[in-house]
Design a protein around this ligand. Structure first.
Ligand SMILES: *[C@@H]1O[C@H](CO)[C@@H](O)[C@H](O)[C@H]1NC(C)=O
Ligand SMILES: *[C@@H]1O[C@H](CO)[C@@H](O)[C@H](O)[C@H]1NC(C)=O
Ligand SMILES: *[C@@H]1O[C@H](CO)[C@@H](O)[C@H](O)[C@H]1NC(C)=O
Ligand SMILES: *[C@@H]1O[C@H](CO)[C@@H](O)[C@H](O)[C@H]1NC(C)=O
Ligand SMILES: *[C@@H]1O[C@H](CO)[C@@H](O)[C@H](O)[C@H]1NC(C)=O
Length: 319
């Protein structure tokens, strides 16, 4: 189909143009250090050679904030689809809104047919799901206005900036993984900007009594599959699959709770700490369709079908 072909060429072109621009600046002249990660390899590169694919190993957590605060933080032109998140979370506290914390390690990102692979990188930020970007009253989009991204990966930095994201090059602890494990058994992840005093720190421990965990995995699957935007010029369609061996069996998601400390946009510049934060640690492979016209994502309902539906009954009990 000519239309698909041209889209394919466009996204490949975007990556190629970015890489050649970076090459010409000589920034990639020095071979980047090889990051040995514990993450599993990308299982989709072979299945979708003509698409950008990769693995995201992430801590996803929800910070409930008052709706009126959400209203002040989120640009006024984007309505908040409270009905959509209440459909997934009937017991979510009144007059509150769920902010997503996404602290992730991007691993084994490839555009197989073009022989393109991208170095691993980490990124973290606050994200605002269930937004009515198109003003249609039902299509959920996610606003991800700012990210700390590994300074070692110029392609990721520029790729995110191309969405209008406020990007801060950062260093990470741990360097090559989604989190490290502390002596206490808790996990730790911290990103620190190299250009400002911004930082984002996440410390989590497994939830031992699943009944205390307020959020079903379905919620995270839904939120992470909503098309994402920053300044709304274009949208990112990242399809995250929750039905592969990376997310089931021995690698089933782990419900976690803990604390988040950060001073990044759009919260104020003073560091804030949230405790008693609940979420999940989950690794998913993804297919990413970049720089789409947001309008074409109207009514997007995830991958549908058995696709990313929640299949494992074991994890359903755990979460
Ligand atoms: C792969 O990329 C093509 C071209 O951009 C697109 O039409 C197709 O929907 C993508 N595949 C998936 C599974 O998203
Ligand atoms: C995700 O990262 C953690 C920490 O490095 C690692 O232990 C785990 O095996 C990773 N999960 C997958 C499925 O790659
Ligand atoms: C959004 O950001 C992109 C990339 O920086 C820029 O080209 C575009 O003009 C911006 N659009 C708006 C409406 O600010
Ligand atoms: C998220 O859940 C809402 C409410 O049930 C649903 O309308 C929407 O299609 C889901 N979106 C995704 C991306 O799964
Ligand atoms: C996983 O989800 C994808 C996307 O919807 C689907 O094509 C595939 O058949 C699913 N695999 C399994 C084993 O259910």
């Amino acid at each position: 189909m000519p239309f698909q072909l041209s889209l394919l060429h466009l996204s490949a072109l975007a990556i190629l143009v970015l890489s050649s621009a970076l090459f010409s600046q000589g920034r990639l002249a020095v071979a980047p250090a090889i990051c040995a990660s514990h993450d599993l390899p990308n299982p989709l590169a072979e299945l979708f050679p003509n698409n950008a694919t990769g693995v995201l190993n992430a801590t996803l957590a929800i910070i409930p904030i008052p709706l009126d605060m959400a209203r002040r933080l989120i640009p006024p032109q984007y309505g908040i689809l409270e009905r959509a998140y209440r459909a997934l979370l009937p017991d979510f506290p009144e007059a509150m809104y769920p902010v997503l914390v996404q602290a992730a390690h991007d691993h084994d990102v490839q555009f197989r047919a073009y022989g393109i692979t991208i170095d691993d990188f980490s990124r973290v930020g606050f994200e605002f799901p269930f937004l009515d970007l198109l003003g249609d009253g039902y299509s959920s989009f996610r606003w991800a206005p700012a990210q700390l991204i590994s300074a070692t990966n110029p392609i990721a930095l520029e790729g995110s900036r191309a969405y209008g994201t406020v990007v801060s090059p950062a260093e990470y602890e741990p360097v090559c993984d989604a989190y490290s494990v502390l002596a206490s058994g808790a996990t730790y992840f911290k990103g620190s900007s190299l250009e400002s005093s911004e930082f984002f720190e996440v410390e989590m421990a497994p939830v031992h009594h699943p009944a205390f965990n307020p959020y079903p995995l379905e919620l995270f699957k839904n939120i992470t599959n909503q098309p994402t935007f920053a300044n709304a010029t274009t949208c990112d369609n990242m399809i995250r699959l929750f039905n592969t061996s990376m997310t089931t069996g021995g690698h089933a998601p782990v419900a976690v709770h803990g604390r988040v400390r950060a001073n990044t946009f759009p919260f104020g510049k003073a560091a804030r700490e949230w405790t008693g934060v609940y979420g999940v640690q989950v690794a998913t492979p993804f297919i990413e369709n970049n720089y789409l016209d947001c309008q074409t994502m109207q009514g997007y309902a995830g991958t549908g079908g058995p696709g990313d539906s929640y299949t494992s009954t074991k994890t359903s009990d755990d979460l």
